[in-house]
Design a protein around this ligand. Structure first.
Ligand code: NAD
Length: 433
């Protein structure tokens, strides 16, 4: 493992979440570019988005009044295919955050070798302050405002914070009505009734489990001999924990926002409803059984083989990275490890398999959904699982190869794989005109 800190502390972004996303994305671009011989012009182009669309979205409230919201769609790079990325409804959505997250999507799609570039967008709104009817009107009007810049061959949104399959169905309907034909491929993460893919919901958790299994095997630790702690029991955490248990691992701790539960002999993970099935059920399960209750902070420093932070960002920090006792960290959430924590874990020889690889099952099954929509032919769940397995193992192997060849961290290796593909595409296509 590298012993040098990843970045000097005076470069550490601490101002806001949005600064963080953009600065982190640019810094990761710079690190990967330093490992590769990339033309300075291409490196410079990738530090900026192709475009950022800012729109005004007026919406009639249920009481007849009109409120006006701001929406964004940041499109980072499309050299390898249409822009791809989520749409979030959140009060703190901002331009720079969208740009940073769009860059992140570019790397994620490239590390998976998907024929997509990166985008991200959203509306500055607290979705809890809207009725269902208001959310539908907001979504339809926002779709109209960005209609010229999205499409199945140009930019394909997906659900993110504050949006869900229903939001995507409204978006697809609004777009299709204006275009005069049904175009399911304009958006992914839809309900299966309108072209959504089987297996999309559990895909990020499944990819986390596959990557954990491959990495444990690589370090000669078959899953049967491995203990796992998972922070967050939502879509990502619950699906990862359940699969790892099914494949032989002993899941000793899981948590939700209210706290963690721990049993050194292994929890009965299948008996605990996920956040989606029953919000915060981990706490109820704890009250009904005699498992040990811990805080989320205590879960992160448990003496386990594998730690999967799968709840929120920035949970492994300079304050707790020295106390982490896991032998391997697999990032289920986006950005759970701060730059400083990453450096400390690297120094301590604890491998961290990065989010852009580990949770990329979501965008990979989105790609499968897009293929199914274009071909007007749904895949079986078995086919989705088989193809996801194959894509994840191929991507994991590409990252492992770079890691070994360059003696870098898993994170740096993943960015090198992504950037080398993007740079090669830029180099081949050249600059127009
Ligand atoms: P979710 O809302 O389904 O579940 C989140 C879980 O984390 C819940 O159990 C919640 O109680 C818990 N939680 C919330 N705040 C917490 C905190 N401060 N401390 C500890 N636990 C907390 O969310 P999800 O879809 O599973 O997403 C989790 C992470 O994975 C996010 O970072 C998300 O961006 C990322 N991710 C999600 C997907 C996806 O398609 N769902 C894909 C890739 C990455």
């Amino acid at each position: 493992m590298a012993t040098k800190p990843r970045f000097s502390t005076d470069e550490q972004p601490t101002v806001t979440a949005s600064d963080n996303a953009l600065e982190t994305a640019r810094r990761q671009l710079a690190r990967a570019a330093d490992c590769l011989e990339i033309e300075p012009g291409i490196r410079e182009r990738l530090a900026y988005p192709d475009a950022v669309h800012e729109v005004t979205v007026p919406v009639e409230r249920d009481d007849g009044s009109v409120d006006v919201f701001t929406g964004y769609r940041a499109q980072h790079d499309s050299i390898r295919g249409p822009y791809k990325g989520g749409l979030r409804y959140h009060p703190e959505v901002g331009r720079d955050e969208c740009v940073g997250l769009a860059m992140w999507m570019t790397w994620k799609c490239a590390v998976m070798d998907l024929p997509f570039g990166g985008a991200k967008g959203g509306i500055v709104v607290d979705p809890k302050s809207l009725s269902d009817d208001e959310t539908e009107r907001l979504t339809r009007r926002f779709t109209q405002e960005i209609r010229d810049v999205i499409g199945p061959n140009t930019d394909i949104p997906a659900p993110d914070m504050g949006t869900d399959p229903e939001t995507m169905a409204w978006l697809m309907d609004a777009y299709s009505m204006q275009e005069g034909e049904t175009i399911p491929g304009v958006v992914t993460g839809k309900p299966p009734a309108v072209g959504g893919s089987r297996g999309r919901e559990e895909a990020p958790g499944r990819s986390v489990a596959i990557v954990t299994r491959e990495t444990c095997d690589y370090y000669d630790r078959p899953l049967e001999d491995v203990t796992v702690a998972v922070q967050g029991f939502g879509s990502v955490g619950a699906n990862a924990a359940r699969l790892l248990e099914e494949w032989g691992a002993t899941v000793v701790a899981v948590s939700d926002v209210n706290g963690a539960i721990y049993d050194p002999d292994g929890l009965d993970v299948a008996a605990i409803p996920s956040h989606d099935e029953e919000p915060e059920a981990v706490t109820r399960y704890a009250a009904e059984t005699d498992v040990t209750r811990l805080s989320n902070d205590e879960l992160l420093v448990l003496d386990v083989d594998v730690l999967v932070p799968a709840a929120v960002g920035n949970v492994l920090t300079a304050d707790n990275a020295d106390d982490v006792r896991a032998d391997l960290v697999v990032e289920g959430a986006n950005g759970p490890t701060t730059v400083d924590a990453d450096a400390i874990l690297a120094e301590r020889g604890i491998p961290v398999v990065p989010d852009i690889l580990a949770n990329a099952g979501g965008v990979t099954v989105s790609y499968f959904e897009w293929l199914q929509d274009i071909n007007r032919r749904a895949w079986s769940l078995e086919r989705v699982h088989d193809e996801l397995e194959s894509e994840m193992v191929t991507a994991w192997n590409a990252v492992r190869e770079q890691r070994e060849r360059r003696d870098v961290t898993w994170r740096d290796a993943a960015y090198v794989v992504a950037l080398s593909r993007i740079a090669e595409a830029h180099d081949s296509r050249g600059l127009w005109p």
